[in-house]
Design a protein around this ligand. Sequence first.
Ligand code: R5P
Length: 290
Amino acid sequence: MTNFTVIGGPASQALAKNLANKLDANYIKANVQIFPDGESKVTVGDKPTGKTIVVQSTHPPVDSNFIQALSLVSKARETSSQVIAVIPYLCYMRQDKEFLTGEVVTSAVIAKMLKAVGASKIVVVDIHSTLAIKYFDIPIRNVSATPKLASFFKKMKLKNPFVVAPDLFWAPQAKQFAKILDTESIALNKQRNRKTGELEIKQSQKRNFEGRDIILVDDMISTGGSIVKAAEYLKRRNCGRIYAACTHALLVGDAEKKIRNAGVLKIISTNTIPGKTNAIDVSDILAESI
Ligand code: R5P
């Protein structure tokens, strides 16, 4: 057994257990009780030994899961001089700048809080904004799930696949994904109205999607709006079957239904957020980063 303890936060117990196995580490399951007013009461039953790794994703309920992550790091710090916060899906990373006057840059607030409770290092998977990394003045490791997602699709029998990012933002990852599949990629020009949240796909480079199977790739699917818009755009251009691949499947509300109704055959995600679309375990790449 290595000199590591993994504490599995309430939001990430299965993944934390896989990570503990990969690291041959001691495993402690943290428990949570939610008070009637919504407060989280977090308990860590056993004392961690050696270097401690706290695993807790921060998907919805976002703020509760985040305060639990902070509480666990703080508790672990009482007995360990080194606490690695593994937050596979790190929340608030879309709020990385003041888009409209007066907006708070919450990504920076998150970074300050993690440092304040005593995290010595942060490990995340596919952080939404690499810009936000500059707000962390403790080491942060951003692990990419793209090679694992692409390898999964490589094993499928797809017809002349085309890798499509719903927006320009995820274009480099779409390119990397396509390279693994030995095919081409494109990023659509998605625009979001910052006030209303309305999405629109503006005319992108003209490409022929006719009859080609599409893999829509993104870092996260939240409401499903981006995937739906992209699927509609591609269907109008007579593409073949459509699949969606993402690292973080938040799938808020009826997102999954909306995506299916838009013609997407299957959603494939990693297990950074537990759910039924999970097909790829990231514990091995997390273990490597530690
Ligand atoms: C945007 O920049 C992101 O990469 C995702 O495309 C977006 O956050 C997904 O959100 P939704 O599913 O609500 O469109």
